[in-house]
Design a protein around this ligand. Structure first.
Ligand code: ADP
Ligand code: ZN
Ligand code: ZN
Length: 735
């Protein structure tokens, strides 16, 4: 007789917890409800857990078991596919199953008593709103701003995004009453997005066709294809063909992308091709919209789900293909809590289900290239740009010969002038936001440090002040040096705000559009900036990473990399891989249509060996050399790593915990090296000291065997309760 319900509850529990069936329901019914949510008592709290099984007897017999409060779903909402994936992830990342399962639920489903969902509203201008005279609103600045924002973007805007941009519901209501804006239903919004043209999809070129055919010919079993195509080679068209093939066979498709909010273009392209069949899921969305998209996917109403890393956990009953775009991107790895890699979980899920997976990139990760080289993945190549565009030319500017006191060497300024005069756009890449990275006293050498981190504070100009980019601390700019009293400490070095300012002076009359997290944090602001760029007028775009990824700017013909050197000499073993990827990705924004592109990179180190393969745009050659180095040094993919991190306000506690952990972990598995403890590169962050223990093993299984055997002991150490600690399997950085 079934008596015991096994419930995975979020919290530090290594196993599922035992409950009695709820008093109101037949035990046998509940026992078959694996994958349903239940609300359960835990101490004095009430939590949402997921039923993972049922048993006749509890190992806790004799204890007073408590009944489940209520079964929350009339039918299981997590299917066998997701439960299997969650079990795998819990095991592999040595993370509590209940925590993993909580990740599999949209936030609204994690709460025991979420009220009836409010309908979100999506706003657009009416015809009257479009032609409204700005002068009429001289006395109503808030309304004027709302109209201006809606006018500056092409897509309708969600009310919460507008609220984030400072436009209150009340203002929208007033505008609605005046007949200037109208709300549309969330579902209908995708149909409203501008269809730039009813253009037919382009005819695939020979390389694209070969890749698409290879993928489409093998849709009924597990297999990994690496789509290794240079930037602008038309990888997306190949995905779309493979996706059409899967959909024609009645299957759903999961498309994982790095940061969807940054590349609305990609999302729009899918909507144009597939219309209402598409659902989107990312963490920038409101809980309600996430719930809706999740439910559409789970019920099979959405046939394509496009999402960021957490979308990997979405139930898709007819899933037949997974595509991971920009598979090298580090945003696929979660950096706290359950530190999973969505790319790796995509492979596991595809293998479990016996379906194909496509990994696409112009700059694949070394792990992926290694697997392709070993014959585990099918290696498909797109070596040419699609549709007649040519590759950009690439050259270095030697900053030792051409000084750049304000960030722009003379040859770069000349090239920029020529580009603008020819009616084209320039993209300036500088991966450092703010005005300047350092504030320094020219008399005594004092520098503004963060009081809580081992880090300098960044100077910001608007709003003016000092900010720590690590812990978020803010201070005002000191009028004089706090150490020697000399007036006006100097900002040293370049950030995007300073570059914007300098460019305004050098190129008066030319529009400078800055894109970074400070200037364009809200989706409407980003969309407005992208729309301005899209008009194609000669202008200069200045920005960070946010500009480098995935965008298609037809008028950009010159890309300038202001400062590449910081990546050349970093302590992290992945830094050269990261730098090569970044340079080639940003270079890929140049000359994507008929007009040929040019890339100029400023460096003090023109003889560094990294440049030679990159200037030839031969990522394969770079990767082969980098893999060789990893082989010689025994680093991934030639070994497997796990990092035990710990932090606390007191340094001694951290070291005690890690030293005792090292004793727990050492010895059982001779193949596994236990290295450390060592202090983190930036030892103090937000007032806490950080250190770590590295586990390294030539093969995977002894590492996991060791963690299975010993992690519980580490967890039970008395010191474990006095530090914040975490385990990171396959860490991407070793800080
Ligand atoms: P990638 O993702 O590889 O960087 P995209 O898929 O964004 O490249 O394609 C780059 C550009 O080339 C896009 O504007 C796309 O519409 C166009 N394109 C892709 N395939 C073709 C083709 N076969 N013929 C003409 N244009 C194409
Ligand atoms: Zn001083
Ligand atoms: Zn700080």
């Amino acid at each position: 007789m079934t008596r015991i319900i096994k419930v995975a509850v979020p919290g530090p529990f290594r196993t599922a917890l035992d409950y009695l069936p709820p008093q109101t329901e037949a035990a046998a019914d509940v026992a078959t409800a694996t994958g349903s949510r239940v609300s359960v008592p835990l101490g004095r709290r009430r939590l949402v857990g997921v039923i993972v099984g049922a048993e006749d007897h509890s190992s806790l017999d004799g204890h007073r078991l408590r009944p489940v409060h209520a079964v929350l779903d009339s039918a299981p909402i997590l299917d066998a596919d997701i439960l299997e994936l969650a079990h795998w992830a819990a095991e592999y990342y040595h993370h509590p199953l209940g925590e993993v399962l909580a990740r599999c639920l949209p936030p609204r489903h994690r709460k025991p008593d979420a009220g009836a969902p409010r309908t979100p509203r999506i706003w657009q201008l009416t015809a009257a709103g479009q032609s409204a005279e700005p002068a009429t609103f001289a006395r109503k600045p808030a309304q004027a701003r709302a109209l201006e924002l809606l006018r500056a973007t092409t897509a309708p805007q969600r009310d919460e995004d507008l609220r984030a941009a400072g436009i209150s519901p009340e203002i929208l209501r007033k505008l609605e009453q005046a007949g200037l804006v109208a709300a549309v239903d969330a579902m209908a919004a995708s149909a409203l997005e501008p269809h730039t043209s009813a253009a037919l999809p382009p005819v695939l070129n020979a390389h694209q066709a070969a890749a698409a055919d290879a993928i489409a010919a093998d849709m009924d079993r597990f297999g990994v294809s690496l789509l290794d195509g240079i930037t602008g080679s038309g990888k997306t068209e190949v995905y779309l063909h493979a996706m059409s093939a899967a959909m024609a066979a009645g299957r759903q498709v999961l498309l994982l992308v790095p940061e969807i909010g940054l590349t609305p273009q990609a999302e729009q392209r899918l909507h144009h091709r597939f219309g209402m069949a598409v659902a989107t899921l990312h963490s920038g969305m409101s809980d309600l919209l996430r719930l809706r998209a999740w439910e559409r996917a789970r019920r099979g109403d959405a046939r394509i789900l496009i999402g960021t890393r957490s979308a990997i956990f979405t139930p898709l009953p007819d899933l037949g293909l997974i595509v991971v775009d920009e598979e090298h991107d580090e945003s696929f790895k979660q950096q706290d809590g359950l530190r999973y890699s969505a790319r790796d979980l995509a492979l596991v899920r595809a293998r479990n289900r016996g379906i194909p997976v496509v990994l696409g990139s112009a700059t694949p990760s070394l792990e992926t290239l290694h697997n392709a080289g070993a014959g585990r993945y099918r290696h498909l190549r797109l070596p040419e740009r699609a549709g007649g565009a040519t590759r950009p030319t690439m050259a270095l500017i030697d900053l030792r010969r051409h000084p750049a006191p304000e960030g722009f060497a003379a040859p770069l300024q000349t090239a920029m002038r020529e580009t603008l005069a020819a009616g084209n756009q320039v993209l300036v890449f500088l991966n450092r936001r703010g005005f300047a990275p350092v504030l320094r006293c020219s008399d005594c050498g004092w520098m503004a440090d963060c009081h809580r981190c081992d880090a300098r504070m960044t100077v910001h100009s608007r709003p003016a002040g000092l900010r720590c980019h690590h812990c978020g601390a803010r201070r005002s700019l000191p009028p004089e040096c706090p150490h020697c009293g000399a007036p006006e400490p100097m900002p040293i070095g370049q950030g995007t705000q300073r570059s914007e300012h300098v460019l305004g002076r050098h190129f008066p009359g030319t529009e400078v559009i800055r894109i970074d997290r400070d200037s364009t944090s809200s989706p409407p602001a980003l969309q407005a900036a992208l729309d301005r760029i899209g008009r194609g007028d000669p202008s200069i775009l200045v920005g960070t990473q946010m500009l480098a990824k995935g965008h298609h700017f037809p008028a950009v013909t010159l890309v300038a990399v202001l400062d590449a050197d910081s990546g050349l000499f970093s302590a992290d073993f992945r830094s050269s891989e990261r730098l090569a990827q970044q340079i080639l990705q940003v270079a890929g924004r140049a000359g994507r249509e008929e007009r040929p592109g040019q890339v100029l990179i400023q460096t003090h180190e023109p003889n560094h060996p990294l440049w030679e393969p990159l200037l030839r745009q031969d990522y394969g050659a770079f990767a082969a050399a980098a893999l060789d180095e990893r082989r010689q040094t025994g680093l991934p993919p030639f070994s497997h790593l796990a990092l035990l991190r710990a932090e606390a306000p007191d340094r001694g506690t951290v070291w005690q915990f890690l030293e005792r952990s090292a004793t727990c972990l050492d010895g059982d598995q001779p193949e596994v090296a236990v290295l450390g403890p060592v202090a983190a590169l930036r030892e103090r962050l937000a007032g806490r000291y950080r250190a770590q223990l590295l586990l390294q093993s030539p093969t995977r299984s002894p590492l996991h065997a060791l963690l299975r055997q010993r992690l519980a002991e580490v967890e039970a150490l008395p010191e474990a309760r006095r530090v914040r600690w975490s385990l990171d399997v396959d860490p991407i950085d070793l800080y």
